[in-house]
Write a protein that binds this ligand. Structure first.
Ligand code: GAR
Length: 194
């Protein structure tokens, strides 16, 4: 069983799907802790499963590197094999990436390298594209630039709003993340360093 720490910044619907799949035995992983940068409602999904939670805020104007060290220390207490950013809306500093990558994944609601950044779904809708997508990457020091592990297209349909298409994207994100974690568990080896 892979030991996984998941970081969120919001409602955590993808986290909930991941936890449900672990409980059903369809993802061979144990979520050992869930962390956030703010005290968000999504942490309740972890509490529902009696999984430890922690909050490590980055104060405005705070030292990002020091925050990254504190966040990394909280995670390291749980000795994870894998760390997943699942709707975590903070860029993590380079030392954090060095500490956990390549076993540090991020799910992104677009077909990278299209629409990187914090507003990927809104950007796709405003660009008027007919399809966008979902991607799972290894985190590197860029903004959504790391190696792509899995991705799939999602079509925009007439009348779609940011929220309707985002809900369909999230369904795909959940499937892709489950596939990637199953693959990692099967390999019994870490992702190769590039
Ligand atoms: C997901 O679509 C995730 O890919 C996205 O936030 C959403 C979280 O939804 N992440 C990013 O945009 C990262 N920049 P959730 O809180 O309902 O799981």
């Amino acid at each position: 069983m892979l030991r996984v720490v998941i970081l969120i910044s919001g409602q955590g619907s993808n986290l909930r799907a991941f936890l449900d799949s672990c409980a059903e035995g369809t993802i061979p992983a144990t979520v050992v802790a869930v962390g956030a940068d703010v005290d968000v409602s999504g942490l309740d999904h972890a509490r529902h499963y009696d999984i430890p939670t922690f909050v490590e805020p980055l104060e405005s104007g705070g030292d990002r590197d020091a925050w990254g060290t504190r966040l990394g220390d909280r995670i390291a207490e749980f000795t994870p094999d894998l760390v997943i950013l699942s709707g975590f809306q903070r860029l993590v500093p380079p030392a954090f990436v060095r500490r956990f990558a390549p076993m540090l994944l991020n799910t992104h609601p677009a077909y990278l390298p299209e629409f990187p950044g914090a507003h990927a779904v809104r950007d796709a809708v405003e660009a008027g594209v007919t399809e966008t997508g979902a991607t799972v990457i290894v985190v590197d020091n860029g903004v959504d630039t790391g190696p792509i592990l899995a991705q799939r297209r999602v079509s925009l349909i007439d009348g779609d709003t940011e929220s309707t298409v985002h809900e369909r994207i999230k369904i795909v994100e959940r499937e892709l993340l489950a596939d990637v974690v199953r693959d990692l568990a099967d390999r019994e080896t870490a992702i190769e360093e590039n």
